[in-house]
Design a protein around this ligand. Structure first.
Ligand SMILES: O=C[C@H](O)[C@H](O)[C@H](O)COP(=O)(O)O
Length: 232
């Protein structure tokens, strides 16, 4: 179990622990990526050590797969279990309609595949993630085929964004799917996430966006006063 070192981490830990309580005997569970999801994975591992039996867990990234395997969580995949009972993951921004920006960790494509394969998608977060409108605190990440980097960047810039290729040190960041991430800042925020998502998806070579619209059913926010739950 990792130690909570600052208030934000304590809040993430609270949310992760509350989400782990939603996992029931025999479930197929999707595991998100990032610091908040890691707290959930650790809390789930603890419940499994205490006797909870799950059918298996599907990880949304190589990093989460390694963490879950190290913690002894039984792992499976979407070929074996194409439908998840529950998917639990963090988010970068959450608006009042429970629309999300995700992908600061670069795992958005697999995360969205798992979210769309789950009967229930629960987000875990701390209060800093709640926003009135998406796009003001975090750029919107989109995953793109490397070959199409330049034309896609230009097309997204034409939609009014400042577009930056994500790097890991000196080299471009490479996703688990061997693609690039473009971080797209919309200076006025994102007023219509659905319309923007549709326009981005019309760009050939753009694989997926970090906009998760009408996907989350529930958001668990850990904070100074405990845990708050928001429902769709
Ligand atoms: O690609 C990364 C994911 O979308 C994360 O779930 C998201 O960035 C939230 O991460 P954290 O819980 O570390 O803030």
């Amino acid at each position: 179990m990792s130690s909570a070192t600052n208030p934000q981490d304590t809040w993430k830990q609270l949310a992760g622990a509350a989400a782990a309580e939603l996992v029931e005997e025999g479930m197929v569970v999707g595991l998100g990526t990032g610091s908040t999801a890691s707290h959930f994975v650790q809390a789930l591992a603890q419940r499994i050590q205490q006797g909870l039996h799950i059918t298996g867990a599907v990880a949304s990234s190589q990093a989460t797969y390694t963490l879950a395997a190290d913690l002894g969580i039984p792992l499976t995949d979407l070929d074996t279990h194409p439908e998840l009972d529950i998917y639990i993951d963090g988010a970068d921004e959450i608006d009042p309609q429970l629309c999300l920006i995700k992908g600061a960790g670069g795992a958005l494509l697999r995360e969205k595949i798992l979210a769309s394969s789950a009967r229930r998608f629960v987000v875990v977060a701390d209060p800093t993630k709640r926003v009135e409108q998406l796009g003001h605190h975090y750029p919107l990440p989109v995953e793109v085929i490397p070959l199409a980097l330049t034309p896609i960047s230009r097309k997204i810039a034409n939609l009014g964004a400042q577009v930056k290729l994500r790097h890991a040190g000196a080299a471009p960041f490479i996703t688990d799917n061997h693609n690039f991430i473009l971080d797209c800042t919309f200076p006025q925020g994102i007023s219509d996430p659905g319309a923007l998502n549709a326009r981005l998806h019309a760009i050939v070579g753009l694989v997926e966006t970090g906009l998760f619209i009408d996907m989350a059913q529930q958001v668990i926010v850990g904070g100074p006063d405990g845990v708050q739950v928001f429902q769709q």
